[in-house]
Design a protein around this ligand. Structure first.
Ligand code: ADP
Ligand code: MG
Length: 461
């Protein structure tokens, strides 16, 4: 493969057009990378991690790649960059490899493809990959909303338009809305799906008005095949947004494009909602989600434990489900905290331990502990508490683990040896983790924002 003529003479940037498609070159670079892997990096790692990058542009000096998120970016930078550079050099000649995160400019969050994007599926990235039908537990409380969502996902536009899902906080509205998006994306990949929160819709509108780009805004939202708008109660009192959404709604409705709306209230209870919009929200099907009964709560806990590989006996699940009945998010939060606590202290998860941890969790103004920090970090980066505590060195775990150590120092005022003990590491590893994290924070605004958010959450602000 070294014989492939390097594109050293390229003076026009190569994008995804024509015979020299950048995608094609990128595929060859990935193959090259997989050939060159050594014992410490498996071909699997390489294909799973590096392949998540997306080539944006190749010029005579640079190859610009986009990472889907911070974790992938850090992981590639820390572990694969030298090999990646070699693979790039072998295929197109030596280039500066520049890694970027998706810019969060208005519009790019949504369906309309930034022209430089190569794969239109990238635009769906706001869908949360965890929120699928397979991961959704059906019980009496959500059966109807679930069935309606399934019907809409299998034949968008044909059944209920709009599908309006409503229910209290943390009961699974966003989960179902995402599940619909995933299923349509999987079964009918040609359809353009717009999934976004109403807040994003509002922000986009404000941005477009300010920059005099309303034409683009209208186009963007009226060209989708499926529009999923989360939390429409946020449109309350926003006249201009409501007016714009009214027109979007009409256009999509006439074209028989599926719309899915979620809200924490039924249309008639959303304050300051224009009558004509309220009226349209009621045109299709209104499906409610109620708080889950105890059997469903147990089933949700067991499913979640299974997904997170937290060993959870049925009697412990029953205990937690008996004590937490507010909402599913709270239920999940207790399980994560319990899992983190047990793994940090190397204790089996018993009813007694659950009682202790849950009580600590509800005592007002209590001090936060190691397990809270680990739980928050794990939750954010979608890794398992057990992995953070494990000896695993795999790259996608090392960064959250180091961050958790850093936060324990900062928030708990723990000494290096204390943090080391909590993570079953010696104190020099903790010093290293803190130093590395401080460096990353200096260089990386997105990570700084994440840490600030985590700190706020942990401090209960
Ligand atoms: P809402 O949008 O109604 O506030 P979410 O959809 O964000 O709530 O749900 C909160 C959390 O609870 C999510 O992590 C979600 O996956 C989980 N959840 C809610 N209902 C279920 C369910 N029936 N099965 C599995 N997980 C659920
Ligand atoms: Mg929600």
């Amino acid at each position: 493969m070294v014989n492939s003529a390097p594109f050293t003479a390229v003076d026009k940037p190569v994008r995804n057009s024509g015979a020299t498609s950048l995608e094609g070159l990128w595929r060859r670079m990935l193959e090259r990378l997989a050939e060159g892997v050594s014992e410490d990096i498996t071909a699997d790692d390489a294909s799973q991690i590096v392949a998540r990058l997306r080539p944006l542009e190749l010029t005579s000096t640079d190859l610009r790649l986009e990472a889907p998120n911070q974790l992938v970016l850090v992981c590639v930078t820390d572990h694969y960059l030298p090999r990646l550079r070699e693979a790039v050099a072998a295929v197109v000649g030596s280039r500066h490899v520049a890694l970027e995160l998706p810019s969060r400019n208005q519009g790019e969050l949504f369906v309309d493809l930034p022209r430089r994007r190569l794969d239109h599926r990238a635009a769906y990235s706001e869908l949360n990959s965890k929120y699928t039908f397979a991961n959704f537990v059906v019980g009496a409380s959500n059966q109807f909303a679930h069935a309606a969502s399934k019907a809409v996902a299998s034949q968008p536009g044909d059944h209920y338009n709009p599908l309006f899902i409503y229910g209290g906080v943390g009961l699974g509205k966003t989960h179902l809305a995402n599940a619909i998006g995933h299923q349509i994306q999987e079964k009918q990949p040609a359809l353009k799906i717009g999934y976004l929160s109403s807040k994003t819709f509002i922000d986009n509108l404000i941005g477009s008005l300010r920059h005099d780009r309303m034409g683009e805004f209208k186009q963007r939202f009226r060209r989708v095949d499926v529009l999923i708008l989360d939390d429409v109660q946020l449109l309350a009192g926003r006249e201009r947004t409501q007016e714009e959404f009214f027109h979007t709604f009409n256009t999509l409705y006439e074209l028989r494009r599926q719309m899915v709306l979620t809200s924490d209230k039924v249309p008639k209870d959303i304050p300051d909602l224009e009558e004509r919009l309220r009226n349209r929200f009621e045109w299709g099907l209104i499906a409610d989600i109620q708080p889950p009964d105890v059997e469903t709560r147990v089933a949700i806990l067991e499913k979640k434990a299974d997904l997170e590989r937290i060993p959870l006996d049925h009697d412990v699940a029953l205990f937690i489900a008996g004590h937490i009945d507010s909402n599913v998010r709270a239920l999940e939060g207790s399980l994560t905290r319990l899992g983190a606590y047990a793994s940090l202290h190397r204790l089996p998860i018993t009813v007694d331990l659950a009682r202790e941890v849950l009580q600590a969790g509800t005592a007002r103004g209590r001090a936060i502990g190691f397990s809270d920090v680990v739980a928050a970090v794990c939750d954010h980066f979608s890794v398992r508490p057990g992995d953070v505590h494990s000896k695993k060195r795999s790259k996608n775990i090392a960064m959250p683990r180091q961050l958790a150590m850093y936060l324990c120092r900062r928030l708990l005022g723990a000494s290096f040896p204390q943090v080391g003990e909590a993570f079953a590491r010696d104190h020099s590893t903790v010093i290293h983790a803190v130093t590395v994290t401080e460096r990353r924070l200096k260089e990386d605004a997105a990570l700084r924002a994440t840490v600030e958010r985590l700190e706020r959450t942990l401090r209960g602000q």
